[in-house]
Structure formats: structure tokens, C-alpha cells
Write a protein that binds this ligand. Sequence first.
Ligand SMILES: [Zn+2]
Ligand SMILES: [Zn+2]
Ligand SMILES: [Zn+2]
Ligand SMILES: [Zn+2]
Ligand SMILES: [Zn+2]
Length: 577
Amino acid sequence: MKSETKTCQNCKQKFVIEPDDFTFYKKIKVPAPTFCPECRRQRRLSWRNDIHLYHHTCGLCGKSIVSIFAPDSPMTIYCNKCWWSDKWDARDYGKDIDFSKPFFEQFRGLQNAVPALALINDNDIASVNCEYTQDVAFSKNCYMLFIAWKMENCLYSRYGAQGKDIMDTETVAGACQFVYDSIFINKCYHCRNIYWSTALVDCAFCYDCRGCSNCFMSFGLRHKQYCFKNKQYTKEEYEKIIADYRLHAWTGVQRAKQEFENMIQQYPRRFANLWHCVNCTGNDMLHCKNMKDSFNVWKGENCRYFENGDGPKDSYDISIGGEHNQCYESITPDHSYRNLFTIFSWKNSEITYCENCHSSKYLFGCSGIKKGEYCILNKQYTKKEYNIFRKKLITHMKDAGEWGEFFPGSLSHFGYNETVAQDYYPLRKRETIARGLRWRDKLQFTTGKETIRFQDVPDSIDEVQEKIINEIFSCEQCARNFKIVPQEYMFYKKMRIPIPRRCFYCRQAERIHFRTPSRLWHRTCQCAGEKSGNKVYQNTIKHFHGTNHCPNGFETSYAPKRKEIVYCEKCYQQEVV
Ligand SMILES: [Zn+2]
Ligand SMILES: [Zn+2]
Ligand SMILES: [Zn+2]
Ligand SMILES: [Zn+2]
Ligand SMILES: [Zn+2]
């Protein structure tokens, strides 16, 4: 098969389908996509509300609960315990297929009828005290934690495994403790503001450092101690420098942040963070093989357009997933085989167009089924009937242009601005509505209820007293009111971190902005011989290409117009490793 250039049905841009892609689509028996990869991702993400939590009431036991669904949602919401119990059966909501109506419309009707799970977490089952978390499992004492597992005492963080006592992080890849405001870290202890780093102890404001302790404001160090701005000092000198910065004070942190941001622009960046990867394109990958256009992933194999997760195999178009095989266009098809077009459905095989179905096989267009088989629109069929109706329904969907497409964003449970799509593909209200998507006017937060001004909060955390947990702050960026929870206060005191002046939502947006987008551009190495092309960075040794410009090209998530200096692996290794 040859590659084929298509025009995206949504954005009208051209995109290419490669021979390997066709082989995959053929294997799982779906037609080639009509949306480009970006539009497919945006459509999936418009079905994910990860961080906006609301108060709700369980429709079965009447308990007050936390939910990803706003109180005005048309759905009945069940708490964890009720939803997973056998006090109800999703098959009771089964419907006949109506071949006079589009499938997506019928499925939406079913979604509205079947009780929804308030939050995707296992609080009170395998997790303890994790009420305010979404997509979290096997964790303890966590608050505002999202897409993580095996975490303890973690707050205001996203994407993590096996972290303890951490706050304000993105992508903790394992065994970290006492870490604050950091991204993509592994095996770090007692650190703050560290980025793309491994095995650091007592470090602050470090970028791509490994195996270091007591380093501050440094870039690309390996196995160093007592370094400041990449320069070696004695223990006494180092301690004086770091004390002078007053990182326990708000003003001290602002100065350090500014200097750090300027400093890291002076160094070349590796074109992509691919650690122990073979034949991969993408970014932020660890121990992967044949993964293409994929981001933030561990131990993946043979996938394309995968983002966020570990152990995916042979799958395409997955937004967050783990240990799944031959899945396509799905949101968290964890531990499943051939989930096609599914949302939050785990441990299944051969299910298509389903949401919240678990430990099941052979389902089509189902919602909320547990341990089921041969159901369509939640109605039970025999194996023979199932196969006949499945085929007939697919033909019906083909006629309506639905077969092979993910659920349209216009049918999403959430307002576009509530979803992850808004973080990566921001739209204004008018634009959103013009595209037929929904907008949520009232995201649940208050403003104007503040009881204290930041100028009345002591600069240093050392002088802040416990009564601060009774105060209400107003985010200096978005004016949203927020409080400091007791667990958070204790963390600030122990780590000597000043009280933040921005709410969690603005702090997270800042971290997202610090990362490059999940998209690739073809570029050439910016090493011009002895210096970087923009003359900012002077190479420290002679490179393989001598005084000529480096000839290497690559796929990078640094867009061409960005100001970072981007080096190929070879040039980067000569400078940094
Ligand atoms: Zn498109
Ligand atoms: Zn309940
Ligand atoms: Zn804010
Ligand atoms: Zn190069
Ligand atoms: Zn070079």
C-alpha cells in the first residue's frame, strides 16, 4: 500500500496516511480516518474533564459527593460505592436499535439515562482519603490529584506514579518524595523546581540534570555537587549562595524563577526527550520502541498518536492509557484488547463505541456495563443476534458518516472550556458555539470573597502562622478564590516554600506552557559549527561536523519560531553528556 494525502473533514488541512497506518486500520477493521491527527486529538480531549470538580449528590444513596459532572448535568450520578455495586444493572436501561435515527444521537440518549460514575477513582475501595481526585487509583491522602496511581500525600499534581509528599508536579515517573513545582522527574528527593531530571537530591531550579545533589540554578549537569549556575563551589560557598537567594520567601522565588528562565535559554536543548528509546518520534518518552508521534509515555511499543501513559502496545490515537493492545481512538482503554472508540473502559476485549464499560467483551454502543457480553445499546442479545445486529448497525452508521469517527465533541458531557481540549486548543465562547460545541458559563468558583491581601502575608513562609488556613485568597492572575488546605500548609512549612499567589488552575496552566506541545515539526540542528545558529551558545568542544553547520534533521516539539536553541542528539551529547 502507498501513502495517501487526505484533506481533514474538520480543519480542511492536508494530512498523510502512511502504509503502516493502513495496515493497522485494516487489522482492526476500521476505515481510514477523515479527521487529521490534531483534530482527532482535539475531539477526544473534548470528552475529558480532568480538573474541574463539582459538588453533587449520589442518585442512589443520597450522599454528598464530588463529581466531574456539573450539578446541572442531565445525568444521574452515582458515588463510587453505589456505581460499582450490584445494586443496579446497566442492562435495565437497554434500548432497541432505531434504524431511522443516527447512532450517536441514540447513544447520547442512553448516556443520559444510565447512571454515571461521579469520578473515576477508587476512593474508599483501593484508595483512602482521595475524594478530590480524578483518574486516580491505589493512592492515599491525596487532594486535587489527576491521572495518577500509587501516590501518597500528593497535592495539585497531574500524571504520576509512586510519588510521596509531592505538590504542583507534572509527570512524576516513579519513586519521588518531597518534590515541589517540577516536571518530568524520576527518583528525586527533596527538590523544588526541577525539570526533566533524574536522581537529584536537595536540588532547586535544575534542568536536565542527573545524579546530582545540592545543585542550584543549573543546566545539564551529571553527578555534581555544590554547583551554582553550572560552576563548582565549596560546600560553604554554595550554602551562602543559596541562603542569599531566600527561597523561603516570595520575593526570593520570583527572582530565582526569572534568572532560571533566562539562564536555560542560553543552553541548547535536546531536540526531544527520548530516553532509552528505539526508533521513536515524539517527546518525553522512556523505554519505548517503535512509538511514533507519541508523548509522555513509558514502555510503549508500536503505537502512533499516543499520549500520556505506560505500557501501550500496537494502538493508535489514545489519550491516556496503560497496558492495552490494539486499541484505537480511545480515552483510557486500560488493560484492554481492541477497544475501539471508547471512553474510560477498562479490562475489556472487542468493545466498540462504549463508555464506562468494564471487564466485558463484545459490546457495541454501551454505557456502564460491568462484566457483560453481547450487548448493543445496553440490550442483551445472543451471540448470533449480536453479530447480525452489529453488522447491520455498522452499515447504518456508514450511511450516516458515523462509522470510524469518535463521538462528536458536540455530544460531550462537558462544556468545551471544562475539558482538556481547551488547554491545548483554546477557543473563545463565540468560536466554540459557532463550531456546535457547548460552553460552560459558570465554572464552579467564586471571586470577591477574599479575606486577606497578599501584601498582608509575610514574605517568608517562616513567619506565616497556621491561622492562614482560615483565610481566603484571590488568585493574582484570574481572581479565583482559593484556600490553603492544612496538608498543603504543612508541606510549605516543611519544604520552606512561600504561600503561592496563584490558584492551582493558573499554576497548572503555567506548567503546561513550560512544556512543548504534543506536536512535531521537522527541523534541522541549530549547531552552526562552533556556536549555536543564533550565536548565543558557544560549544565547549569540537563536534563531528567541524566548523560546518551540523547537517542533522529531526522531528521536534519545538516549533520553528520558538527561541530555544535546539540541537540534534549527537551535538547535544557532545555538549552535555
Ligand atoms: Zn484537521
Ligand atoms: Zn451512593
Ligand atoms: Zn488563577
Ligand atoms: Zn547537530
Ligand atoms: Zn554540533
